[in-house]
Write a protein that binds this ligand. Sequence first.
Ligand code: T46
Length: 141
Amino acid sequence: MAAEKEEFPRLLTLRAIGDERGWLTPVEAGKDIPFEVRRVYFIYGTQDAIRRGLHAHRDLEQVAVCVAGSCAFLLDDGHHRREVLLDSPTKGLYIGSMVWREMFNFSSDCVLMVLASRLYDEADYIRDYADFLKLARQEAI
Ligand code: T46
């Protein structure tokens, strides 16, 4: 039986609860996010000409949400390269292990929140694209 084609990239739609006071988006581990959240970090004050990321993770799941402003992601799983614009606090971009990511086109008001499945570990980063491709293509065999 042919394996089902996984959605890449996977976008999660977060809830938006609004009334006359404005909007509220809840993020609950195990409900809105498909893993237990062990770390949260924010990226902000990035100029629009800057490119960040440029690495993959060996074993890390993350969901990125632009809670203010917008930015673009390039995701590359070693076989497909896709660009995604994050421009709403209800759009969550799921990034699994062994996916090369680059972030760019940051708006001046961009606040990018990232929820992660593991604590920070520099040894988990693959920062060389050629090394990443070799590993990603080996894994697919
Ligand atoms: C990712 C993309 C989306 C810490 O001390 N703790 C942390 O939890 C993180 C994420 C970073 N740092 C330190 C490590 C560096 O000295 O903060 C500095 C900047 O990190 P980095 O250059 O890795 O930032 P980005 O924007 O290139 O990448 C970050 C995440 O590191 C990465 O996991 O997937 O955002």
